[in-house]
Structure formats: structure tokens, C-alpha cells
Design a protein around this ligand. Structure first.
Ligand code: HXC
Length: 516
């Protein structure tokens, strides 16, 4: 073959690969409001930075009765690219080719890209749009999923892994995203479920739409399977680019440091307005968080799920921190099953990737109730205690108002390894609230009094002054400093600086046994 013929052949093969499933299927993809795999890559990564890997992979179509179907890449595109100048690896399923279904070579291609991401210490982004296991390929498809799940597990805590669901993701296919660190969905486009509405109707008789069962809203607000919900693919990609800017590329690196124009000593006097003096009045903790962090740097994670706790990334003097914050606007900020799960998982991500933890504390305790007890609040609450105790990254707590009971321990105790505990002068630290405590320990005095109501009030005040006052905890060394609300930002930044070189060893173990 002449050079020219070979080059023409190459051009034809490249064009065939780039044409995916062909014009009709691309049109059908667009009609569903979805981009094609290659359009998605273009939208997401730095212009011109994508380098395709294993470009000419093809499945054993003939053996599986698929010889007459277009099959470039076996239904998936993989490779490496840059996002904000930093290298990532990615796999993007191509629904226009065999419905993006996962066959033998499709799986091998994704698994290879995952391994390249691990070898090169790069974040891995998986874009899912697939009919699931390729039915014709049976066992090869199932084992292929197994390879991907194993790689997801091996990569967990080594490189950040983000799954973006941009179409169907059904059956066992959901478990790859579920193992990764963050799951993103688009309303009206993404679906995740173990079995779809038809199977559910046949098995349980329940009627539900695809969207209500496994859409973005269901998973971001009810199940907690997904972390981010977007209205369209483009805004999802823009957000992902931002998210990556907070994360290190792997567990051996520190998160990137951003330029910060926000002065470290900026007054946080607005906290005096945001946090009510009345201890029972609710307020929005995200307003406190955004006031303390660098301006416009807070990026909330899992915002619609378990809203009684707020988690997310932020910057402090340009450095990434992971925030966990009780939210008095929802369920009076109690910790319940979902809030414990949400915060524990976030803390473990931060710990794995060298992101210091900053907790904002205003918590009356764990949620009482039969439903919570029988749902396993003991087991779930223990996850948060475990996650905090095992985390070796710098941990700083700022007690805003209430810090009661076991919830105090998980959010702000020296015993679990918080390195710096700061408190506002109005903070209250105790086993329980003053009213409840007075009713237990002063019950006899109140009963015997001529004016029980007045005695109860006096005892409550006495308890606040003699037990809850933050200077009492500070006197025992469990609070490092009581800070003026106007100086919170400066004090937290100083605290972060002095603990940033923290190094701690742990006893040898294969791994712990977090109460799952
Ligand atoms: C083989 C598949 C396929 C699959 C879709 N296709 N899913 N081929 N295996 N799993 C093919 C279709 O036959 C069709 O090919 C093309 O892809 C496009 O699919 P359509 O059905 O035309 O698209 P649409 O109408 O948009 O419907 C999308 C869909 C539907 C809802 C995803 O295709 C569907 O229900 N597919 C089956 C889903 C499923 O049950 N998967 C298995 C889940 S169990 P032609 O050439 O005819 O147009 C599983 C177990 C994994 O995944 C276990 C791992 C541990």
C-alpha cells in the first residue's frame, strides 16, 4: 500500500470513529436534549487538550450477532485531557453506538483508562449514558462491570472519581457511580435505578415515572445517591470544572492554592446580625459559612439532601477547606441518620485528599424518635464519630451557639482530634440543653419550691452560667480560644496556618471497620 493510500485509509477509519453511531442516531440523541460523547468532551475539557486512548478498539461483534451494527470504540470514548490546565482521565459512553451498552471491549477500554488515571495520579471522570450490560455479551459484560467496580474501589482514596449521569444508568451499572466520590445528574436527562418502572409495576404493583423513580431530584434530595443536580449538561460541565479547582489530583498532593483577594483580617462583624441572640431562633448557617470563607468561594455539596447539615468546599486565604456545618434552618440542626451519613462520607473524602476540615457548630444533639432508633441512628451516628476520629487532616471547630451531647463530640471535641476549637462568647457547651438539664438535676428543688416556675427559671440560668459557659470548657483546655464574632475569619485562618503541617501516625491495620 502506498503512503497516500495508507493515509487515506487512516482518514476513513478516523472519520468512522468520529461519526459514532451515525447521523440518524446522533439526531435522535440531540432530539432527547443530549449531546454526543465527543460533543460532551469538547464542552467539558480545555480546548484542543483531549488525547484519545485506544481509539480503534472494537468489539467481537460478529461472534455476538452484532456484525451489521456500527460499533466504533465499542460504544465508549476514553482518553486524557486538561481541565483548568490540570490533567484528568475520562470515559464517555456513546449512546449512539449500541445504546452505549457495556460489552467486553467497552469495559476493557474503561478499565484501562481508570488504570491510566491511577498510574498518572489524575482525577477520573466517568460520563454515563448507557442501556447497561450488553445483553448479547452475557458473562463478558458482567465480568466487565466487575473490572470497573474493582478499579473504582482500588482508586477510591487515591484519585478523585466523579461520575456524571447523562442518560440511562440502570441495573448493576449504577454501582460504579455509587462507589465514586461524587455523582452528578441533570434533571429530565439522567436516570438511575436498579430496576425501572416496568419491573416495579410487575413486582410490587407500584406506578411511578422514570423521572420520579430515578431522576436527578429523587437522587439528590431523597436517596442521597447523587450530589449535584443540574438543569442542563452545559451548566453541569461548568460546575465540574469549578469543583476540580478545589481538589488535589491525587492523595499524595495538596489541593491547589488559589489567589485570594479577600483580606485574611476582614472583619466578620455581620455575624452579630446573622446569629440571633435568642438561642432558639433559627438562622441560615450558610450565611455564617460564606461570611467566614473567602468571598464567593463556598461550593456546597449534597445541598438538597439532609439539609440539617451543610457540607462543601471553600477557600480560606486561598487554601481549600472542607466545611461541615449544622443548619438550624432545618430540623433545628439535629443530627439524624441521613445527616450523619452525609457528613461522614464528606469527611472521609476530605481526609483521603488532604483537605482540612472546618466545622461550624450549632447542634442540639442527635434526633430522638422511634423511627430514628429503629432506622439505626446508633449505627449511622457512629459513622460520623468514626470518620472524624480517624481523619488525620487538620481539624478546626468554631462553636457558634449550641454544642450539646454526642453531637458536640462529633462536631468539635478535642477527644476526637479537633486540633483547634474556637467558640463565640454566646456558645453553650453541655451534655444537654439547660431546660432539660434543670428538669433532671433540679427536679426536687423545683417541686419543693413555693414558686416552682420561678425556681425552674433560676435553676436554668444557674446551669447556663455554671455549666454551659464556654469559658468553663476553655478552663479545661477543651476550647482553645473564645473569639469575638468580628474576628472569626482572622482567627480561623490563623488556626489553619498553625495546624497546616500536622502529621499524625495511626497504629498499623489493614483497614478499620467503619459501622456501615
Ligand atoms: C444491548 C442495547 C441495550 C443493552 C440498549 N440497547 N440497551 N443493546 N444491550 N442493554 C440497544 C437497543 O437495542 C437499540 O438498538 C439501541 O441500543 C438504542 O436503544 P433504544 O431502546 O432504541 O433507546 P431508547 O428508546 O432511548 O431506550 C433506552 C433504554 C432501553 C431505556 C436504555 O434501550 C432499554 O431499556 N434498554 C435495556 C436496559 C436494560 O435492561 N439493561 C440491562 C440492565 S441489567 P437498535 O439497534 O435496535 O436500535 C444490567 C446488569 C448489569 O445492566 C450487572 C452488572 C453487575
Amino acid at each position: 500500500m502506498s503512503h497516500q493510500d495508507a493515509i487515506n485509509h487512516l482518514r476513513n477509519r478516523r472519520e468512522a470513529v468520529h461519526a459514532g453511531g451515525g447521523e440518524a442516531r446522533i439526531k435522535a440523541q440531540h432530539e432527547k436534549g443530549k449531546l454526543t460523547a465527543r460533543e460532551r468532551i469538547e464542552e467539558f475539557v480545555d480546548p484542543g487538550s483531549f488525547v484519545e486512548h485506544q481509539t480503534y478498539i472494537r468489539g467481537r461483534s460478529e461472534e455476538f450477532g452484532l456484525a451489521n451494527k456500527r460499533n466504533p470504540g465499542d460504544g465508549v470514548v476514553t482518553g486524557s485531557a486538561k481541565v483548568g490546565g490540570r490533567q484528568i482521565w475520562l470515559s464517555v459512553q456513546d449512546f449512539t453506538v449500541l445504546g452505549g451498552s457495556l460489552g467486553e471491549m467497552h469495559a476493557r477500554r474503561i478499565a484501562d483508562a481508570q488504570e491510566m488515571a491511577m498510574k498518572t495520579g489524575s482525577p477520573f471522570i466517568a460520563i454515563n449514558d448507557s442501556g447497561g450490560a450488553r445483553i448479547q455479551e452475557g458473562i463478558l459484560s458482567l465480568e466487565g462491570y466487575g473490572d470497573i467496580f474493582r478499579n473504582n474501589t482500588l482508586a477510591s482514596g487515591v484519585i478523585p472519581q466523579i461520575s456524571v449521569i447523562l442518560g440511562p444508568c440502570a441495573g448493576g451499572a449504577v454501582y460504579s457511580p455509587a462507589i465514586t466520590d461524587f455523582v452528578c445528574m441533570v434533571s429530565g436527562v439522567s436516570n438511575m435505578y436498579i430496576t425501572g418502572p416496568d419491573v416495579i409495576r410487575a413486582v410490587t404493583g407500584e406506578e411511578i415515572s422514570h423521572e420520579d423513580l430515578g431522576g436527578a431530584d429523587a437522587h439528590c434530595s431523597k436517596s442521597g445517591v447523587a450530589h449535584f443536580n443540574f438543569t442542563d449538561e452545559q451548566s453541569g460541565f461548568a460546575f465540574l470544572r469549578k469543583l476540580l479547582g478545589y481538589l488535589p489530583s491525587n492523595n499524595r498532593e495538596l489541593p491547589p492554592i488559589a489567589e485570594s483577594e479577600d483580606p485574611a483580617d476582614r472583619s466578620t462583624a455581620p455575624l452579630l446580625e446573622i446569629v440571633p441572640e435568642e438561642e432558639k431562633r433559627a438562622y441560615d448557617m450558610t450565611a455564617v459559612v460564606t461570611e467566614v470563607l473567602d468571598r464567593d468561594s463556598f461550593l456546597e455539596v449534597h445541598a438538597q439532601f439532609a439539609r440539617n447539615i451543610v457540607v462543601g468546599f471553600g477557600k480560606l486565604a486561598g487554601r481549600t477547606v472542607g466545611v461541615i456545618a449544622n443548619q438550624p434552618m432545618h430540623l433545628a440542626a439535629v443530627l439524624d441518620i441521613d445527616a450523619s451519613d452525609k457528613a461522614a462520607r464528606f469527611v472521609r473524602f476530605c481526609d483521603a485528599f488532604n483537605v482540612p476540615i472546618l466545622s461550624f457548630v450549632d447542634v442540639p444533639g442527635f434526633l430522638p424518635g422511634v423511627g430514628q432508633e429503629h432506622g439505626g441512628i446508633i449505627r449511622h451516628g457512629a459513622k460520623l464519630l468514626f470518620a472524624i476520629a480517624e481523619a488525620t487532616v487538620p481539624k478546626i471547630a468554631l462553636i457558634i451557639r449550641k454544642a450539646y451531647g454526642g453531637a458536640f463530640i462529633s462536631m468539635s471535641s478535642k477527644a476526637l482530634g479537633y486540633d483547634r476549637v474556637l467558640a463565640l462568647p454566646i456558645a453553650q457547651i453541655a451534655v444537654m440543653g439547660a431546660e432539660g438539664a434543670a428538669n433532671v438535676i433540679f427536679r426536687r428543688d423545683i417541686k419543693a419550691s413555693d414558686d416552682p416556675e420561678q425556681t425552674r427559671k433560676d435553676k436554668v440560668n444557674e446551669f447556663k452560667e455554671t455549666v454551659m459557659d464556654p469559658f468553663i470548657a476553655a478552663g479545661f483546655g477543651y476550647v482553645d480560644d473564645i473569639v469575638n464574632p468580628a474576628e472569626c475569619r482572622a482567627e480561623v485562618i490563623r488556626s489553619l496556618e498553625i495546624v497546616s503541617r500536622k502529621r499524625v501516625d495511626r497504629p498499623y491495620k489493614k483497614h478499620g471497620n467503619i459501622p456501615l
